[in-house]
Design a protein around this ligand. Structure first.
Ligand SMILES: Cc1cc2nc3c(=O)[nH]c(=O)nc-3n(C[C@H](O)[C@H](O)[C@H](O)COP(=O)(O)OP(=O)(O)OC[C@H]3O[C@@H](n4cnc5c(N)ncnc54)[C@H](O)[C@@H]3O)c2cc1C
Length: 521
């Protein structure tokens, strides 16, 4: 713990606030900051601890063990035969900053077509042209403002201070396969190999806490309540009037004069809605929850990117100490040349990052490096269901990874390509042979490898999808359909998973939610 770490000022709870935000992650921190700045009195309720000044959170190199640690909810994806019956861990941040406080700190917003597809799917006003100003508003990009990038915003974004040999090997290998080398993957197109963009500043993680919350932590209009689990919503006459939450083990209610904002993330926002009786009446009835407001889409449309974790290679020499987040570069490319945008993504790992099933099968000790590769335009869709009608009860979280044959095909292509990137002539000075897999595989063998290696990019989203149709949970202004006083501002509203990591989109959604609430006031 850093001695001078800022502390949350203790404040007695008032009976009511203009706005209550539940969840202090990527979306929740952004919406809270903008509302407080605009004059609203806000109560921010977070189930995790403050986590401010904790060395493991601040040090970019330590993000992997944060998963399954004290600041993680510890969820698992349910098994399917497509991944050989394995459960797959899905960390979610349980701390101020949410998943942005335990994530891998990569900042990408995908391809313009990702957001144009949202608009085409019925999310009116969410085309790339509509979203770009909000992405720019989030950013404090090291190279300064441009048509595509923002400067002076809350979130610091930098490239790696120095290019690690493994990060350079990914770029050089991609170039040898004919993939363009680009300067900025957050420019007009994201196809190509490039140095990574990170939420890291001065060698420390720059989460939503640093960017959005620390500067206003002692603002008189903001009350931040940590270690308080939201367990229910108060609904009166078709309007959400308050939040029920635990304080020191006892349940209490706080009321919202204008709006309750749910930003609990794509697992816990649908969970709280369902616990409050907002969901599919058949699903609610199955576990004995009376329906308060019927919305059949709650918990459906769960999406995530499947990742082959990972292809591991022998290194010719020790590759030096870990730098940054242990990556440093990235590549986006197309599995087929006729595609309109890149659908595959790979990143380097300075060491061994293989899934347990891969570690069990191959000998991977010694000097090694890894390339993770996966599908960023995945089509498989899953669901989230409550298995028990109580806060903290069991869940079924099912991403259905590789259920769509197209996703499996693209994963196999991604794995074959990163193997060639590692073994490229340009990498003769680092590449000493294959470790996992231990040789070039046939297409059929690669399918088997992929089923064992399939893991997650940690991009759970879509479970409270926005749109204007009957299955949509929120409308295009993020208001829960058919109810008053209730907005959702996190990755759960994403209708179609974008071709990027999801912290930037979730933050942009939080920024926009604040504007919608302020415009409606
Ligand atoms: C290990 C890991 C690595 C990742 N790497 C990257 C990356 O490099 N780049 C990237 O862009 N994305 C990455 N992601 C994904 C990205 O961080 C998330 O998609 C994004 O942060 C989600 O934002 P959110 O606002 O939807 O939810 P979160 O940030 O998860 O926030 C939800 C908050 O709500 C709180 N909460 C939940 N339930 C309750 C309750 N009942 N009461 C009160 N509070 C509650 C949680 O504790 C949490 O603080 C990663 C995620 C993980 C976990």
């Amino acid at each position: 713990m850093i001695a001078s770490a800022p502390a949350i000022p203790p404040r007695p709870l008032k009976p009511s606030y203009d706005v209550i935000v539940v969840g202090a992650g990527s979306g929740g921190a952004a919406v809270t900051r903008r509302l407080v700045d605009a004059g609203a009195e806000v109560l921010l309720i977070e189930s995790g601890p403050a986590g401010i000044g904790i060395a493991e959170i601040d040090d970019p190199a330590q993000w992997v063990p944060l998963g399954r640690g004290a600041y993680d909810w510890g969820y698992d994806y349910a098994p399917t035969p497509h991944v050989n019956g394995r459960t797959i861990g899905i960390p979610r941040g349980k701390v101020l900053g949410g998943s942005s406080a335990i994530n891998a700190m990569m900042w990408y917003r995908g391809h313009p077509r990702d957001y144009d597809a949202w608009e085409d799917a019925g999310a009116k006003g969410w085309s790339f042209a509509d979203c770009l100003p909000y992405f720019r508003r989030c950013e404090d990009w090291r190279d300064g403002a441009s048509e595509w990038r923002g400067a002076g915003g809350p979130l610091r974004i930098e490239r790696a201070a120095e290019m690690h040999p493994v990060a350079q090997a990914l770029i050089d290998g991609a170039a040898e396969l004919g993939i363009p080398v680009i300067d900025d993957p957050n420019g007009p197109d994201n196809e190509g190999a490039a140095p990574a963009n990170f939420n890291i500043a001065g060698g420390r993680r720059w989460s939503a806490v640093q960017g959005y919350l620390l500067p206003i932590l002692d603002h008189p209009r903001l009350t931040v309540l940590t270690e308080s689990l939201a367990v229910g919503l108060t609904v009166e006459n078709g309007r959400c009037a308050g939040v029920r939450h635990l304080v020191g083990g006892a349940e209490r209610e706080n009321r919202a004069r204008e709006q309750v904002v749910l930003a609990l993330g794509a697992i816990d926002t649908p969970r709280l809605l369902m616990l409050a009786g907002i969901g599919d009446p058949a699903e609610l009835g199955r576990i004995g929850i009376p329906t308060v407001h019927a919305l059949s889409g709650v918990g459906r449309n769960l999406q995530d990117h499947p990742l082959a974790q990972a292809c591991v290679f022998r290194a010719k020499r020790p590759l030096g100490p870990v730098t940054g987040n242990s990556g440093g570069s990235m590549v986006n490319w197309k599995s087929r040349s006729d595609l309109p945008q890149a659908d595959l993504h790979a990143f380097p790992v300075q060491g061994n990052s293989a899934e347990p099933a891969i570690r069990a099968r191959y000998e991977i000790s010694g000097d090694v490096f890894s390339f993770g590769a996966g599908v960023m335009r995945s089509k498989s869709v899953g669901h989230l269901r409550l298995l028990e009608a109580r806060p903290g009860g069991a869940l079924e979280i099912q991403p259905n990874f590789l259920a769509e044959p197209e996703d499996l095909e693209a994963m196999v292509t991604a794995v074959e390509a990163v193997i060639e990137m590692a073994a490229a002539r340009a990498n003769a000075h680092v590449f000493a042979g294959f470790a996992a897999p231990d040789r070039r595989l046939s297409r059929k063998e690669t399918v088997a490898f992929v089923r064992d290696a399939c893991s997650t990019f940690f991009h759970t989203c879509g479970t409270c999808r926005m749109g204007e149709d009957e299955e949509a949970v929120v409308d295009s202004r993020l208001a829960v359909r058919g109810m008053g006083g209730l907005t959702v501002a996190d990755a759960s509203v994403i209708p179609i998973i974008p071709s990027c990591n999801t912290h930037a989109p979730a933050t942009m959604i939080g920024e926009r939610a604040a504007d919608f609430i302020l415009q409606a006031a």
